[in-house]
Design a protein around this ligand. Structure first.
Ligand SMILES: Cc1ncc(COP(=O)(O)O)c(C=O)c1O
Length: 377
């Protein structure tokens, strides 16, 4: 089947977080991480069928979904998981927060590498824990872990690392060797790794995602992995995600921390996830090709605009743009005045940067580039 990612869908008036922010204003919204594409037709068909059935009682995870995930994890990542390692969640951010409740005591410290997706910074705070921020290091134009600094920042109260793999906002898909050095430090200090891998099916470069838990048996036993079909298949509004927790003791603590607070995944979320993983691989491949085109266009054109610098994006549909050389006080406001709505790097602990979501038709990117180029020049 041919998929047309150039097709625009009017999202105004659909109670979209992304589009409501600039309601009634001529500002192209390229901020929060959902895409402007319709979900795969194969998935829409499955959802239509489920809606036609017409009964929406309490669900359980469909057996077919569990089987599909176990098979897919083996095929895509060489990771043999057991069905009962999977804990269902209505979102990955919920998983970050539950992990922070489950591991350690109030007053403890949770480490993370910055810049980082803001909920990594707020989740520890919600349960009276503090965050150790370890800046990512720059090697040429690539970000990587500063493992020495990470090791040096750990104290007797550090019990968990919130890791983002692939990384939002810097777009890295980390190599096995990089991850192994971080995991070694964690094992040495008995630190649980909560690895957010929501972007793992959005690797744009010719490389394979390495789930942190596949680094070895010991790491697997020390890791909570968070995954979801939501970013890849554009269904964050359907609320279906999972934690994969091989260690029974960690899993029980996670389930305890979740209990009574976290709602079921809804019936349509399960249905969409099943269709995504079973039937939508051709759509995903076509999406990746399209996103690569958007990324390449941005990389070329943003770096031609004086005062802006964008690095490579190996994974995600997010560009992390350094606007500090422009010398403006408030870069997101500056770009809003030009008619482009971007995420503020300061919220990611990257002041002077903006994050641009390129999960949209190319014509939208071209329009944004023109507006950005005009205001800067
Ligand atoms: C790294 C990361 N984790 C989690 C989320 C959000 O996940 P959810 O909508 O399932 O809570 C995002 C969304 O951008 C993300 O980039």
């Amino acid at each position: 089947m041919e998929y047309n990612f150039d097709q625009t869908t009017d999202r105004r008036g659909t109670a979209s977080l992304k589009w409501e922010r600039y309601r009634g204003r001529d500002i192209v919204p390229l901020w929060v991480a959902d895409m402007d594409f319709r979900s795969p037709p194969e998935m829409l068909e499955a959802l239509h069928k489920r809606v036609e059935h017409g009964v929406f009682g309490y669900p359980v995870p469909p057996h077919a979904l569990v089987d599909t995930i176990v098979e897919r994890m083996q095929r895509m990542h060489g990771w043999a998981i057991e069905p009962d390692w999977i804990v269902w969640l209505p979102g990955v951010v919920v998983g970050l927060n539950v992990a922070c409740r489950a591991i350690g005591q109030p007053g403890d410290q949770v480490a993370t590498f910055t810049p980082i997706y803001p909920p990594f910074l707020s989740a520890p705070r919600h349960v009276q824990k503090s965050t150790i921020r370890v800046p990512l290091a720059k090697q040429g134009d690539r970000y990587t872990f500063d493992v020495d600094r990470f090791g040096a920042s750990i104290t007797a109260h550090t019990h968990m690392l919130l890791l983002c793999n692939p990384h939002n906002p810097v777009g890295r898909s980390f190599d096995r060797a990089e991850l192994a050095r971080v995991a070694e430090v964690c094992l040495g200090h008995n630190i649980v790794i909560c690895s957010d891998e929501i972007h793992c099916d959005l690797i744009l470069d010719d490389k394979r995602h390495v789930p942190t838990a596949t680094l070895g048996r010991e790491v697997e036993q020390q890791t909570i992995t968070l995954m979801a079909p939501s970013k890849t298949f554009n269904i964050p509004g359907l609320g279906c995600a999972m934690a994969i927790i091989p260690n029974g003791n960690l899993r029980r603590r996670f389930l305890d921390a979740r209990s009574g607070l976290v709602p079921h995944v809804n019936v349509l979320g399960y249905e969409a996830a099943l269709a995504a993983y079973r039937h939508c691989e051709p759509w995903r491949q076509a999406l990746l090709a399209y996103l690569r085109g958007n990324r390449d266009l941005l990389l070329r054109e943003v770096n031609r605009i004086p005062g802006l610098a964008m690095g490579p994006v190996e994974a995600t549909y997010l560009a992390w743009i350094d606007a500090s050389a422009l010398g403006v006080d408030d870069p997101p406001r500056f770009f809003e005045q030009a008619g482009v709505g971007l995420s503020d790097g300061a919220e990611f602990e990257g002041p002077g940067f903006v994050r641009l979501n390129f999960g949209c038709p190319r014509a939208t990117i071209e329009q944004a580039l023109e507006r950005i180029g005009n205001i800067v020049r």
